[in-house]
Design a protein around this ligand. Structure first.
Ligand code: 5GP
Length: 189
């Protein structure tokens, strides 16, 4: 998506070889017009599939997932991150390792909002090591729902996530694919 790539070059900050910050338009302040275009782009790519719900992971996935859900006219479900395992019979939960924060968290979803046989489109802001998406996939498997597509705003293609999701047989569409980061340098695939 050219508009997004231009924006990343203009306003993205490569902190080091692994981390890109996009706080001015996606992760802290949100450019709602850009999010609208992102929702349209995901809709155009995934519209031929039968989808029942759009799902994201709190908190940075919410803005692009919201505009995508609006295009599809479908409910948006937000998976929640908890610090530690919580005992609640009405939740699906799984442990996810965050490499950016170097700690584990529990990803949860109420059984009320993801049901048997529902077709899910998952939207997230970044794909790095793929742990967040694979954690969400484990929740969908527990609930017997189907992950029919994954929409990623920014993929860091030099990290292992993309291969892991391909190996899991997932249909992944990334709007910007970064091949290299270093302090002050951002290159696309
Ligand atoms: P993964 O589970 O694929 O390793 O990481 C995915 C999550 O980590 C994303 O949802 C995002 O919140 C965060 N993340 C990973 N890499 C970056 C990065 O370079 N910049 C920002 N802002 N977030 C990242």
């Amino acid at each position: 998506m050219e508009l997004l790539k231009e924006r990343i070059l203009k306003d993205g900050l490569a902190l080091n070889e692994n981390v890109l910050t996009v706080d001015s338009f996606l992760n802290h302040q949100v450019d709602v017009n850009l999010m609208d275009k992102i929702g349209e782009e995901f809709y155009n790519y995934f519209k031929s599939k039968k989808i029942d719900k759009i799902v994201t992971i709190e908190s940075s996935g919410i803005a692009p997932a919201y505009t995508t859900a609006l295009r599809f006219n479908l409910p948006l479900v937000i998976l929640k991150k908890q610090q530690s395992s919580i005992l609640n019979g009405n939740l699906y939960e799984t442990t996810v390792h965050s490499f950016t924060k170097n700690k584990d968290y529990t990803l949860t979803c109420s059984k009320d909002f993801i049901k048997d046989n529902e077709n899910i489109l998952l939207i997230d802001d970044f794909l790095a090591n793929g742990e967040a998406v694979l954690g969400a996939l484990r929740l969908f498997e527990k609930s017997n729902s189907n992950l029919v597509g994954v929409g990623i705003v920014i993929e860091k293609s030099f990290q292992p996530g993309r291969d892991k999701l391909n190996n899991a047989g997932l249909d992944v569409y990334s709007l910007a694919q970064i091949s290299k980061l270093s302090k002050g340098v951002i290159e696309f695939k």
